[in-house]
Ligand binder design. Structure first.
Ligand SMILES: Nc1ncnc2c1ncn2[C@@H]1O[C@H](COP(=O)(O)OP(=O)(O)O)[C@@H](O)[C@H]1O
Ligand SMILES: [Mg+2]
Length: 1047
């Protein structure tokens, strides 16, 4: 920030968003008060001006009178126009921070969005007071505040660029302002329903076109002429036949000789070119524009001379040729049109030569007409570029910005100043209407207690100018339209006669009479609301007629230039009606403007000019006081102090804020006034804060309203949440139902699928079962398709069962039962299994055991079912040595001593030998070897018999329980004593060993007879008698036989 700017204000700006409202309220008042309403001595003009000056001296240029912004032109850049500052003002109420044009803009913008009502910002003040600058700041603020989509950005860029473009063509340097608007501008910014900028529309008012051909000393023509001539684009200048060195009559200068360091024409030209690109003016359109500007400059240099008949002729035909070439029209026709005039008299067109003066007049009229129509074309072209897309037109809202030429007093004031000042009267009238008059009338109407505030109503001046039949404009038109020679002086006379009694009109004659300051004979004075202005009557009639000779229009209509071709048409010539005069047109357009403005919610910016020098730091108290007076700021303040900041009809107020009070929410059915009363009670409004009128509530301070509005904004969140909740529930339920439905459908399909599958399975199962059942029933029959499966199954089951139930031991002869189909298999398997078991058993047997088995098997073969004692012996294991232990040593000795080499003892037992004669018993031992049977004496083991194994031909035993063993000795060997009669306790064991050694099983004879004969020596035979008895016994019977008793 610049030095001198109050640090307190700065702090207030930067921190007000965060700190409480009270602290920012304080910080706004570091220099003077920020709102004149707060002025202690509010009735005093001195205090008022003092406050303005105090603030001005600390570079605080803005001050409020309630909602009205008073702005004092600082004539220097103050750094309070950055985007950051705009953002600071965005979401706050205007009274919460130091006054600013952004605060006003933002308030209007918020109202547009919130209340959906068209807005307009009216900027007023005299020339150079800062109106145009203010309008630019408003645009900038809107641009920064609104949406950021591409489309919005492009529209905003166009809106912003429309300013430099229009300024180049419509602004000029005057003695009052280096960049003075020489046209009136009303711009509508168009917003869509969410508050985004979507377009714009411009209205232009009465361009001061006389400037094109003539400027007052110290003033310039419109900027564009100088800008074009300063262009560094040599080829452009060439093509337009322009040169900075050439003297241009319409500029009163050549560009090189012009010294104006204040204005950067070169830079501005680049800005203008860029603006044209942004506005989307085509290359052709841009060329057409520059061509027209150049044509006007050339046209200005067309001079005339006059012959002795008073007929004018062009001096420099080459200049005319250039103009014709640029405009693409016939030079001869153009020349002709400039030297003569054509008028229609009673249906015939009559052409008459012009004198030099008239020719120059015609030339200037043409130049002005071209420039003026081009300017209007440009505005329309801008409008078409800014027009929102068609479908966006519904639900749009606009914010209008009125920046019109300010009240103007020059050394010499002409028709233009008259129009400009008239326009300012109208605006002042509107301001009074809306702020002072209607307000007070409303209090009265509504029955609010009110002491009327006196103010000056400028309606009387407006009437003086525009009243039908009596007003100045009517008198001027009358003079213009009357037949015969019309003149400015005629007009002045008319006024002097008709308006002589009017308080606000002074003419020469009237001044003379009333001894007022002299007024020249050709001038008249109007006492405007803003001061007295003396107008020179010269040119009024001409300018009002605004005539362009027919033949000039015809030439222009014949040009090829896009713009002239479009703005001058033959149609214009066909119209029989006389065109409306300039003043009447202006009056009409102003009244239309007033109609536009009254339909909108207005905001006001009142611009004040601190000095006439256009310099910073000078506060010309007198000058300011004058403006404060004529702007009616004091009255404004007085109404403000006593009045109410805000009013709304009860129903509207209730509709907006009813949600803030339980008694009125959601609906209040009674009289809205009662509803509002309830509401104010609930919101605890203080008595002095508001007043209840007949149809409206009046709220005194914006603070009260904004407090309410803030509450509403907060409440809106709650309401939004409620709506959201309902909506979300609705959406969620819809979703849920959809999902449930989907789930049901899915379930249906899945269930069907599962059911089908289960059904198939069950059907299959039934089939399998049925087949099995059939198979079971027919399992014993022939294999068929039906029972095969069952049989197969029973086989598998059988095998599985079998595997788990196999007998563990070889002795276990059990074998699991089997189905019929497996009977053969079972047998084979049983056999195989037993074979396998036996094999395993065998493999685990020791040689001894094996021998034991072999012998037992042999014994079985020999004796089973043949000898009774067999059954009682087969469980007793065979023993190789059946001798009492005391004999073992003998036996061992015998083995070593008596056996021949290679002979091995196989068996030995003690036996009883019976003599063949007398059958005396003798204790002997019998030894079986691999070669022979040895019978030895038991005492000392002396050999008694030795019978080689080959010699053993027969063994005889009885079939009974006894131990008789008869060993037949072959006859050739009977040299000894005949057959051996032996009794052996283990006869079966003994026989088995012998047979095993002899290896001839058939040598055993089991006698079934009771008599057994045996050989004796000498061919004799003995008899052994087997008889039954109670006791087993051996002995010689009475018969002489050996009797064996068995039981
Ligand atoms: N807010 C401002 N800050 C700085 N300079 C300003 C401001 N307002 C106006 N000026 C200066 O005053 C000059 C005239 O302002 P302008 O808006 O053209 O006046 P008006 O449109 O009322 O005739 C501008 O060119 C500019 O130099
Ligand atoms: Mg201006």
């Amino acid at each position: 920030m610049q030095a001198g700017h109050s640090p307190g204000e700065r702090v207030g700006l930067a921190t007000h968003v965060h700190s409480g409202m009270e602290s920012s309220l304080q910080s706004r008042d570091v220099a003077g008060v920020h709102d004149f309403v707060l002025l202690e001595n509010y009735g005093s003009e001195d205090a008022f001006i003092n406050n303005l000056q105090k603030r001005f001296n600390t570079d605080i240029i803005y001050t409020y009178i309630g909602p009205v912004l008073v702005s004092v032109n600082p004539y220097k850049n103050i750094p309070i126009y950055t985007d950051d500052v705009i953002k600071t003002y965005r979401n706050i109420h205007y009274f919460e921070a130091i006054p600013h044009i952004y605060a006003v803009t933002n308030t209007a913008y918020q109202a547009l969005k919130e209340e959906n009502k068209d807005q307009c910002i009216l900027i007023s003040g005299e020339s150079g007071a800062g109106k145009t600058e203010a309008s630019k700041k408003i645009l900038q603020c809107i641009a920064v505040t609104t949406g950021r989509t591409n489309q919005v950005e492009s529209v905003k860029e166009k809106l912003l660029q429309s300013t430099p473009l229009l300024e180049a063509f419509g602004n000029a340097k005057t003695t009052r302002n280096d960049n003075s608007s020489r046209f009136g501008k009303y711009m509508d910014i168009i917003f869509n329903y969410i508050g985004d900028t979507i377009g714009g529309s411009l209205l232009n008012y009465l361009l001061e076109k006389s400037r094109v051909v003539m400027q007052a000393p110290g003033e310039r023509n419109f900027h564009i002429f100088y800008q074009l001539l300063s262009s560094s684009d040599a080829s452009l200048l060439d093509s337009l036949h322009l040169s900075p060195n050439t003297y241009y009559h319409y500029l009163n200068t050549s560009i090189v000789s012009m010294k104006d360091n204040e204005i950067d024409d070169i830079g501005q030209f680049r800005v203008v070119k860029r603006a044209m690109d942004v506005i989307e003016l085509s290359e052709q359109e841009q060329t057409a524009i520059f061509t027209l500007v150049a044509s006007i400059l050339h046209l200005g240099n067309v001079g005339f001379s006059q012959d002795e008949n008073g007929n004018a002729s062009i001096n420099a035909p080459e200049t005319i040729a250039t103009v014709a070439k640029l405009l693409a029209c016939d030079p001869a026709q153009l020349t002709h049109a400039l030297e003569r005039k054509t008028i229609i008299a009673r249906g015939d067109s009559v052409t008459t030569p012009l004198n030099k003066e008239l020719a120059m007049y015609a030339r200037d009229a043409l130049a002005k007409a071209i420039y003026d129509r081009m300017f209007t074309w440009l505005v329309q072209r801008l409008n078409s570029s800014l027009r929102p897309v068609d479908d966006e037109f519904n639900r749009t809202k606009v914010m209008g910005i009125l920046d019109i030429y300010g009240f103007e007093i020059f050394g010499k004031n002409s028709f233009e100043q008259f129009c400009i000042n008239y326009c300012n009267e109208k605006l002042q009238q509107l301001f009074i209407e809306l702020t002072l008059k209607s307000e007070q009338e409303e209090y009265f109407r509504e029955g609010i207690e009110w002491v009327p505030v006196q103010y000056f109503d400028n309606k009387v001046i407006c009437d003086l100018i525009e009243e039908r039949h009596k007003g100045i404009i009517s008198l001027l038109d009358e003079e213009c339209l009357r037949p015969g020679d019309t003149s400015d002086m005629g007009f002045l006379n008319k006024m002097s006669i008709n308006l002589v009694d009017h308080k606000h009109f002074v003419s020469y004659s009237k001044a003379e009479r009333t001894m007022l300051k002299q007024i020249p004979r050709d001038e008249f004075q109007l006492v405007h609301y803003a001061g007295k202005v003396t107008y020179s009557v010269h040119g009024f009639v001409d300018k009002n007629n605004d005539l362009l000779f027919r033949n000039l229009i015809e030439v222009m209509a014949s040009t090829k230039n896009t713009i002239t071709k479009a703005v001058f048409t033959e149609k214009e010539l066909e119209s029989k009606k006389r065109p409306e005069t300039a003043a009447s047109q202006f009056k009409k357009s102003l009244n239309k403007l007033m109609q536009i403005l009254v339909t909108k919610d207005p905001s006001y910016v009142r611009c004040i000019k601190p000095n006439n020098e256009q310099t910073s730091g000078i506060f010309d108290e007198q000058l300011v006081r004058h403006q404060v007076q004529y702007l009616g700021l004091m009255e404004n303040l007085r109404v403000r102090r006593a009045g109410f900041a805000y009013r709304r009809t009860y129903d509207v107020f209730l509709k907006r804020y009813k949600s803030l009070c339980p008694g009125t929410w959601p609906n209040f059915n009674g009289d809205p006034k009662d509803g509002v009363a309830l509401l104010t009670q609930h919101l605890q409004y203080n008595k002095y804060e508001f007043s209840m009128g007949k149809t409206k509530i009046f709220i005194r301070y914006p603070k009260t309203l904004f407090m309410t509005e803030d509450l509403f904004q907060l409440k809106k969140n709650d309401l939004a949440t409620l709506i959201q909740r309902k909506y979300k529930t609705h959406v969620a339920r819809k979703n849920f139902l959809k999902m449930r439905w989907a789930a049901i459908v899915m379930q249906k399909y899945i269930r069907r699928f599962l059911a089908k599958r289960a059904m198939r399975r069950r059907r299959l199962a039934v089939e399998v079962l049925r087949r099995l059942l059939k198979g079971f029933i027919t399992r014993d029959g022939q294999p068929t398709e039906d029972n095969m499966a069952f049989i197969q199954l029973s086989r598998i089951n059988y095998l599985n069962r079998l595997a788990g139930n196999l007998p563990k031991s070889l002795v276990d002869r059990n074998w699991p039962p089997c189905p019929k189909a497996c009977r053969d298999l079972s047998i084979v398997l049983h056999k195989l299994y037993r074979g396998q078991q036996a094999r395993i058993y065998r493999q685990t047997l020791s040689p001894e055991k094996k021998r034991q088995f072999d012998l037992k098997i042999l014994a079985e073969k020999l004796f089973q079912h043949k000898k009774k004692s067999y059954t009682s012996t087969y469980l007793t294991p065979f023993e190789k040595v059946r001798l009492p232990s005391e004999l073992h040593q003998h036996k061992t000795q015998y083995e070593t001593n008596q056996l021949v080499p290679g002979e091995k003892l196989l068996y030995c037992t003690n036996i009883t030998k019976y003599d063949r004669h007398g059958y005396s018993p003798r204790d002997r031992a019998l030894l079986v070897t691999t070669k022979a049977i040895h019978i030895v004496d038991i005492k000392g083991f002396k050999v008694k018999h030795k019978l080689s194994l080959e010699s053993v031909t027969e063994l005889v035993v009885t079939a009974e329980m006894d131990g008789l063993l008869l060993i037949r000795i072959p006859l050739e060997l009977k040299k000894d004593k005949g057959d051996l009669i032996l009794q052996c306790a283990h006869v079966i064991e003994c026989v088995t060993f012998i047979v095993d050694a002899v290896k001839k099983p058939n040598i055993l004879k089991i006698a079934s007879t009771s008599m057994i004969s045996h050989n004796m020596i000498g061919g004799k035979e003995g008899q052994i008698e087997v008889t039954a008895g109670s006791e087993l016994g051996f002995g010689k019977g009475k018969t002489g036989h050996l009797v064996v008793t068995v039981n």
